[in-house]
Design a protein around this ligand. Structure first.
Ligand SMILES: Nc1ncnc2c1ncn2[C@@H]1O[C@H](COP(=O)(O)OP(=O)(O)OP(=O)(O)O)[C@@H](O)[C@H]1O
Ligand SMILES: O=P(O)(O)OC[C@H]1O[C@H](OP(=O)(O)OP(=O)(O)O)[C@H](O)[C@@H]1O
Length: 209
């Protein structure tokens, strides 16, 4: 029987290069020049693979709806969205963590504590767990600006090298959760294309050892 085509939702941006290299290392014959392209759908006929290139936050959406069989997404995105997808493998790439941070030697404001973040669910879960009532202010990027300019007492954001915090005079307060990229799958695809998907997981695991 000929193998079925697999549609893979890949995150554009910083994860892409590492994830793509991991697939190549696992033995998939993929073109080297993909990065220079502006194409959003890339067919690789010899491997029967079709890549769709999506915003990182949107990858689980494509997989949940089954228009992509599998996808690669940061754990941060998966925690924030709670989509109906299965996590198959920790790819251990794009390592970072989510933390709270703010100006040094400061506390949450007593009367109207505010927290800026692009992870409103993760942030509100964290403060709820601590029993602190805070107002969450949603931002889309440059989160570190918020405490510097008086918009919020704390941020909940990704830290990797810590450079963005340091260069903006901020300090980390609480470590919330470690983040790496994960291989996710649509549950129906996993049933219908189990052989192909299991084979991919096995090859990825072997190449990571
Ligand atoms: N500084 C970092 N170092 C390592 N991994 C990171 C870092 N920031 C984010 N990540 C991981 O990479 C994923 C994608 O981040 P990226 O910055 O490419 O996309 P984004 O935050 O959605 O930005 P944009 O809106 O510009 O596309 C995140 O979901 C997270 O898992
Ligand atoms: O600890 P570091 O190595 O400095 O990395 C952390 C920074 O990286 C991410 O920002 P990104 O570059 O994605 O920019 P944006 O969120 O402001 O768009 C994250 O939101 C932090 O700002």
């Amino acid at each position: 029987m000929s193998k079925s085509e697999l549609t893979i939702a890949m995150p554009k941006g910083r994860i892409f290069e590492e994830a793509y290299a991991l697939l190549q290392k696992a033995g998939f014959q993929l073109p080297d020049d993909l990065e220079d392209s502006r194409k959003l759908i890339v067919e690789v006929p010899n491997e029967k693979i079709r890549f769709i290139l999506a915003k990182p936050m949107d990858v689980p959406v494509y997989v949940e709806h089954g228009v992509a069989d599998i996808g690669i997404a940061g754990k941060d995105v998966l925690l924030e969205q709670k989509r109906s997808v299965h996590e198959l493998l920790d790819l251990k790439i794009s390592q970072c963590y989510i933390a709270t941070a703010g100006l040094p030697n400061t506390m949450l404001n007593d009367i109207a504590p505010r927290v800026a973040t692009k992870y409103p669910k993760i942030a509100s879960d964290f403060y709820k767990e601590k029993g602190e009532q805070v107002e969450i202010i949603g931002l889309n990027g440059s989160i570190e600006l918020a405490p510097m300019i008086g918009l919020a007492d704390r941020i909940v954001d990704i830290v990797s090298t810590g450079r963005t915090l340091t260069e903006n005079g901020l300090v980390e307060y609480e470590h919330i959760v470690d983040v790496t990229s994960r291989l996710i799958v649509n549950p129906v695809s996993y049933r219908l294309k189990s052989e192909r998907i299991r084979d991919m997981v096995r090859r990825l695991k072997e190449s990571m050892e």
